[in-house]
Design a protein around this ligand. Structure first.
Ligand SMILES: Nc1ncnc2c1ncn2[C@@H]1O[C@H](COP(=O)(O)OP(=O)(O)OP(=O)(O)O)[C@@H](O)[C@H]1O
Length: 226
């Protein structure tokens, strides 16, 4: 099978600080991959390069046959909006909007009319056990509830790839596992590919496969010891 998204020999530095030093990884459609590794090893930078948020200094990012590293910012921005979904450690909900408006946001930004977007967003509330919380603002939600709202926002537009950077990092372990059950269940149902950055083996265990980032490079787990 061929990869839906791939990094080839990617290098990226923040000024003088090298974050990626020839990172390569290929992820197949529908696969759930956990990106593991020590703090500062380059996990988030790799995710940001794959998602077209950062542009590599050298190397290639390929998505569905397209050369993401060579795209103009406007093209990468449409790609992120139309084909990718995102969930971060701290849900990053827009505090001025209600929970249902937050979930509807990616649809509204893609040009879906409010009349269609809000019911589609609404449908996620029952699915994620959030019934009745639609009109709350982020300050009126628990951490676990807010993260489920963020997950719904990441998946509502049925992205091809969901990028999740420590999505359970701010949650207690039980709530974190609930969020992971929902994330994996919904992704499998939609056939969404998931790239999940985590340093917790318990969370990585939800993935089909783990890759390990060390010193800005990606190793298969069985090659780490050598
Ligand atoms: N905005 C930035 N400016 C300068 N250096 C940065 C920036 N972001 C990351 N770095 C550096 O790049 C390297 C890789 O960072 P990155 O955040 O990708 O690692 P990580 O594996 O995700 O770490 P963590 O698990 O702690 O989140 C580190 O040396 C880090 O200090």
């Amino acid at each position: 099978m061929s990869a839906v998204i791939e990094a080839r020999d990617v290098e990226f530095s923040f000024g003088q600080t090298p974050a990626l030093r020839g990172a390569s990884v290929a992820v197949e459609a529908g696969e759930i991959v956990a990106v593991m590794g020590p703090s500062g090893s380059g996990k988030s930078t790799l995710l940001h390069c794959l998602a077209g948020i950062l542009v590599p200094d050298s190397g290639e990012i390929l998505f569905d046959g397209a050369r993401v590293h060579a795209m103009a910012e406007t093209e990468r921005s449409s790609l992120r909006r139309d084909r990718f979904g995102f969930v971060f450690q701290f849900g990053q909900l827009v505090p001025e909007l209600t929970a249902v408006e937050n979930v509807a946001l990616p649809l509204l930004l893609s040009g879906v009319h409010r009349k269609q977007a809000l019911p589609r967003a609404q449908a996620w509330f029952a699915r994620l056990g959030l019934d009745g919380l639609e009109q709350r603002r982020s300050g009126e939600l628990s951490g676990g509830q807010a993260q489920r709202v963020a997950l719904a926002r990441g998946l509502v537009a049925e992205p091809q790839v969901l990028f999740a950077d420590e999505p359970t990092g701010a949650l207690d372990s039980l709530t974190g596992e609930e969020v992971m059950d929902l994330l994996v269940g919904a992704a499998r149902e939609q056939g969404t590919t998931v790239i999940l950055v985590t340093h917790e083996p318990r969370i990585a265990a939800y993935a089909d496969r783990e890759v390990m980032v060390r010193d800005g490079r990606v190793n298969a787990p069985d090659r780490i010891a050598s």
